[in-house]
Design a protein around this ligand. Structure first.
Ligand code: FAD
Length: 343
């Protein structure tokens, strides 16, 4: 009985004595570091210790991103990895690279934003390293204790890593403020040929065929300060855009949707907010004709101010709304659009 307990204590002591160091997988697009990386850096800094950013991408795509990352507050080093197999964020080569970098440099923590990329790459790298990843971290308590939502955000679980293995976390960007940029001066260096080889070795399991990107002048849903969301009550795709767009335009807002609205074809899939959609935390979230099912609330309950418009005074959305308007959206929205001054 004494022996196992002794081993556990010894391994924790060994972990707590070793210098903390964190690797953050950067997300970037068109030569720009995406904001979710800056949010993830804040979580990395809260862990304490040195912070290295890994920028992986196609040939010639990492220079500007690495320069931006090197200037971010708290970043001590930037690693770059350029190869055609890393051009389209395919999970296999990116995970192979991440695993190899971790194997050779032995960080205590590896973090990625809880985005499509991070959710795709980090668990694969964790499997390659034979450790358990912790997903959707919303709070760092200490270097081995993290808080994450469970049951569609209805409860928060505090989980504690045991043993000496690297802690691999995806971090929910909306739960952490963005790190400041511009003041840092971290070193930038390429990964080693051996680390690069691991990415090449892992390539080929999947192939990039193409992408269809929705173009919009509106702010990106996950980053918008204001979100105007519509639900099943809009009744048609025509109503959805005719009634929500003028309000979103005047508020400079992104448009979101409930799953019922998406499933009914009123709004495209990438606008879905909720457990199986996007998680947003804008300054202002306006839920229109949305009942407030827990799966929807899981994606927007961290919004600073929530406004609900619903004809049913007992709709659950009013339980979390800061301001509520009981009324028929078909009457209320044209009035609201007319009252709002142009953006
Ligand atoms: P409803 O629940 O039908 O609500 C419509 C609301 O409009 C009602 O409250 C009604 O009072 C109001 N209304 C009707 N007419 C008017 C009017 N004229 N004026 C004003 N108000 C009016 N849902 C998500 O949104 N996001 C998710 O990510 C998500 N993931 C899910 C995952 C799983 C595993 C499951 C099982 C479900 C998920 N759902 C998700 C679905 C969720 O449970 C609800 O079914 C969905 O959110 C309901 O959408 P809604 O509020 O638009 O529709």
């Amino acid at each position: 009985l004494v022996k196992p307990a002794g081993r556990v204590l010894a391994s924790f002591a060994a972990f707590s004595q070793c210098a903390l160091s964190t690797l953050v997988l950067a997300e970037h697009k068109d030569g720009a570091l995406l904001p979710n990386t800056l949010h993830t850096l804040t979580a990395a800094k809260q862990l304490g210790g040195a912070v290295t950013v890994l920028v992986a991408g196609g040939v010639g795509s990492t220079t500007a991103v690495a320069a931006a990352a090197s200037k971010a507050d708290g970043v001590t080093a930037v690693l770059t990895a350029e190869h055609s197999c890393l051009a389209h964020s395919l999970a296999e080569p990116a995970a192979g690279l991440l695993g190899a970098v971790q194997r050779s440099r032995k960080y205590t923590h590896v973090l990625a934003p809880s985005s499509t990329l991070g959710r795709n790459v980090l668990p694969r790298a964790a499997a390659l390293l034979d450790v358990q990843a912790v997903a959707d971290v919303v709070e760092v308590r200490d270097e081995r204790t993290f808080v994450r939502p469970i049951y569609a955000g209805n409860a928060l679980a505090t989980v504690q890593a045991v043993g000496e293995g690297v802690r691999m976390l995806t971090v929910r960007p909306t739960a952490f403020a963005p790190s400041a940029t511009g003041g840092g001066s971290a070193s930038v260096e390429p990964v080693s040929p051996e680390e690069m080889q691991a990415a090449r070795d892992a390539a080929g399991a999947s192939q990039w065929v193409g992408e269809e990107v929705c173009k919009s002048d509106r702010p990106e849903l996950g980053q918008a300060r204001v979100v105007v969301s519509g639900g099943r009550a809009l009744k048609s795709a025509d109503n959805f855009s005719a009634l929500l767009d003028p309000i979103a335009d005047k508020l400079g807002a992104a448009v979101g949707a409930s799953r019922a609205a998406v499933d009914a074809g009123y709004a495209p899939n990438d606008l879905q907010v909720g457990q199986t959609g996007k998680v947003v935390a804008p300054d202002l979230y306006i839920a229109i004709g949305i009942s407030g099912a827990i799966q929807h609330v899981a994606g927007m309950s961290s919004s600073k101010v929530i406004v609900a418009i619903n004809s049913d005074a007992d709709a659950p959305i009013f339980q979390i709304a800061d301001y509520g308007l009981v009324g028929d959206l078909f009457k209320v929205l044209p009035q609201l659009a007319a009252e709002l001054s142009p953006n």
